[in-house]
Design a protein around this ligand. Sequence first.
Ligand SMILES: C[S@@+](CC[C@H](N)C(=O)[O-])C[C@H]1O[C@@H](n2cnc3c(N)ncnc32)[C@H](O)[C@@H]1O
Ligand code: SF4
Length: 453
Amino acid sequence: MQQQSSLLSKYNIPGPRYTSYPTVPYWESDDFTCKQWTRSFQQAFAETTDEEGISLYVHLPYCESLCTFCGCNKRITKNHGVETPYISTVLKEWDLYVARLPKKPVIKEIHLGGGTPTFFSPVSLQWLIIGILSKAHKHPKASFSFEGHPNNTSYEHLKTLRELGFNRVSYGIQDFDPIVQEAIHRHQTFDKVKQVTEWSGQLGYTSINYDLVYGLPFQTSNSIIDTIEKVKELKPDRIAFYSYAHVPWIKGNGQRKFSEADLPKDDEKRALYELGRDMLLDIGLVEIGMDHFATKQDELYESSINGQLHRNFMGYTASSTKLLIGLGVSSISDSWYGFAQNHKDIETYQESVESGFLPVFRGHMLNQEDLIIRQHILDLMCRFSTTLLEAQMPYRSILERLAEPLQDELIELSGDNVHITEKGRAFIRNICMAFDKRLWRKQPETQLFSSTI
Ligand SMILES: C[S@@+](CC[C@H](N)C(=O)[O-])C[C@H]1O[C@@H](n2cnc3c(N)ncnc32)[C@H](O)[C@@H]1O
Ligand code: SF4
């Protein structure tokens, strides 16, 4: 059996995280028009029953302080005067969508992401949610979630959002080690995290997630052990244990405050993941999809067992709707048949909405082959297996590309079924790349993706 380190050196190459297929750099945006996008979301809406409902993602981009590892779309400011104009624009954008739908939508899911949603005051968030719901029906089984920064999530935030129907919260933790926190300019104490976790439980949030990251500068096995020991004490329901994506070329993410020499090397990084994973399994969490863990009581686990697990731009979700509308700067919408992304710059986004236009600047309409490949990649990411059908293109080329992972025992083939082995889970992004026809056809000329491991 090949040693893990030689597999790592072979497979640790730049590759997509597959939160969509086609991946964003491969969208055919030149052929994309706002009119097409409108027809596409109208079609998805027409095919959606009230029982299924639709999902909303709202991007709230502001943060008070820059974390120097962060790859998200954010704007750093201490000026809270930005809250009112921003929410007013998001509500106008929502009006633009509602005006293009034949009837009031039923909202099944809302997720507030960022940036830092808890940068906004509870009153601003209340205005946002009430404004959205005033133009829609709330699904009887609606599930609403938000991302909270432990340092600025107040009891009032949690109470207000809980009263508006929020039942899940995700806290960014990353790592508790003070040396790592200093390097990534992200300081937060265990006591603060403990407090927001306890408040969330007391107020009736049914699922509390922590984001942890491995592969951060100066991170060692001791930092992972200490971080997960602390996590164990607080008993979250879910963990997203992300691989640090080193993407210093993304404009404005400020990642240059530490050097690449301070990052764990490939095999050290993988060892940090495996150490963390073993500790998380020891405390009773179950590994779900790529880099995600949940207790057996959490609905994410339930959905992974009954085949409902889904993956989109927000990561893994317990259920899916055909139509996901992304509101706010840089948000991505998904109608299953097409994707559309909003302007990434706040001022351009606001100008577009204020002029009465849907603020999308690029997108992609999926062709038949994209739809087939999209489903394969989703199946691999959510169920670790997929079934190839000979009649479907591009069957032969995929098989050829799977020959090496098969030889390395990363997958098993039984009939037409491709199954990712336990050993292959570390290389799931590489296995998906064997299905990514758009990537084979044209390798990126500059580095666009983080490394797969
Ligand atoms: C928008 S942030 C979370 C909310 C809030 N801003 C906070 O930091 O607590 C979403 C998550 O993305 C993850 N993240 C951000 N940049 C990353 C990177 N370069 N590599 C891996 N994960 C990253 C972090 O775990 C972070 O908690
Ligand atoms: S990690 Fe969260 S708080 Fe830090 S800069 Fe990124 S979005 Fe903002």
